[in-house]
Design a protein around this ligand. Structure first.
Ligand code: HEC
Ligand SMILES: [Cu+2]
Length: 264
C-alpha cells in the first residue's frame, strides 16, 4: 500500500514536470531573436556543404572562453547557415580574400547552456548542461531536426565543453599560411578534402596528416572508430600502420570527408 502511494506520487511529479514544459529537448531554447547583437566570433566556409556560416556567442560566453574560464550558465551560441553563392558550374564564388560569398539564409542551429539542464539524458548522450535547437530563417523551431545527432556529433568534444569551435570563441585558433607537405607519407587537408584521397604506404610506416584549413578536422578510422585529436590549422597527426590492408577513414567533424590508406 505504502509502495503504491510512493509510485503514484512519482508519476504525478513526472506529469507535472512535462505539463510545465520542463522536459529535455529543443523546446527549452527560445529563438535568439537578438542574435545580431551577440558577438560574431567566426565565419566559416564549408566546402563540403557549399555553405557560408556565421558563429555568434553571447558576450559572457566569449569573455569566459578568452579568459580560459568555463562557459557560464545562460550562454547561447548561434550558428547561422547561408548558401554560398555559386558560379554556373556550381562552384562557390570567392571574394578578393578567397572567402565564400554569402547567399540565402538556410537555417539557424543554436546551443544553450543552463545550470541544471541535461540531467534527463543518459550519460552516453548527455552534453553537460547544453541543449540543442534548430530554427528556420523566420525563427520557427524545426521539430523534424535530428536532435540525437546534435548530441552524438558534439559528444566527443567533451574536453572543450562540447563547443567544437572553442578555439575560435577563445581567439586562439591559429592563422597564417600553412605550407603543403610533399613527403611520400603525407596527407594534406585543404578545402575540406584529403590529398591524396588514397595514399599507399609500406607496412610499418607512418602517415602524417596536416591541416591547412581555417576549420578544424579530425581523422577517424572507420574500422575501429579511433579518433585523432582535433587538428586546428597547421597542426599534424602522425599514425603508424602495421598490418597490410586498406584503412578507410573520415573526418570526425565532417563525415562527408573521406580518405583511405593502403598498407602494402
Ligand atoms: C556531423 C556532425 C555534427 C552534427 C550532427 C551537428 N553538429 Fe553542430 N557543429 C559541428 C561542427 C563541425 C561545428 C563547427 C563549426 C562548423 O564546422 O560549422 C559545429 C558547430 C555548432 C555550433 C557552434 C558552436 C560549436 O560547438 O562550435 C552550434 C550552435 C551547433 N553546432 C549546433 C548544432 C545543432 C543544434 C545540431 C543538431 C540540430 C548540430 N549542431 C549537429 C558538427 C555537427
Ligand atoms: Cu573535417
Amino acid at each position: 500500500m505504502t509502495k503504491w502511494i510512493a509510485v503514484s506520487a512519482v508519476a504525478a511529479i513526472v506529469l507535472a514536470v512535462s505539463v510545465a514544459g520542463l522536459d529535455a529537448g529543443p523546446e527549452k531554447i527560445a529563438f535568439p531573436a537578438n542574435w545580431k547583437e551577440h558577438v560574431l566570433y567566426a565565419t566559416l566556409d564549408r566546402y563540403d556543404t557549399k555553405q557560408y556560416r556565421e558563429l555568434y556567442g553571447t558576450p559572457d560566453a566569449v569573455r569566459a572562453a578568452k579568459e580560459g574560464r568555463p562557459i557560464p550558465s545562460g550562454s547561447v551560441l548561434t550558428l547561422v547557415q547561408y548558401k554560398a553563392q555559386v558560379d554556373a558550374q556550381g562552384n562557390p564564388v570567392k571574394d578578393v580574400n578567397g572567402r565564400f560569398v554569402k547567399g540565402d539564409m538556410v537555417a539557424f542551429t543554436v546551443m544553450e547552456k543552463r545550470a541544471g539542464w541535461g540531467t534527463e539524458y543518459p550519460p552516453e548522450l548527455r552534453n553537460g548542461e547544453w541543449e540543442y535547437a534548430a530554427f528556420s530563417p523566420d525563427g520557427k523551431l524545426n521539430d523534424k531536426a535530428n536532435y540525437t545527432a546534435c548530441f552524438q556529433c558534439h559528444k566527443p568534444h567533451e574536453k572543450q565543453d562540447f563547443v567544437i569551435s572553442l578555439a575560435k570563441l577563445a581567439g586562439t585558433f591559429p592563422s597564417g599560411a600553412v605550407a603543403a607537405r610533399t613527403g611520400a607519407n603525407d596527407v594534406n587537408i585543404a578545402g575540406f578534402a584529403f590529398g591524396p584521397g588514397k595514399l599507399a604506404i609500406g607496412a610499418g610506416q607512418y602517415v602524417t596528416w596536416t591541416n591547412a584549413d581555417d576549420s578544424p578536422h579530425q581523422i577517424t578510422l572507420a574500422k575501429t572508430g579511433e579518433r585523432s585529436p582535433v587538428l586546428l590549422r597547421g597542426q599534424s597527426h602522425v599514425q603508424a600502420f602495421i598490418a597490410p590492408g586498406t584503412y578507410e577513414y573520415s573526418c570526425g567533424l565532417h563525415p562527408g570527408m573521406k580518405g583511405a590508406i593502403e598498407v602494402k
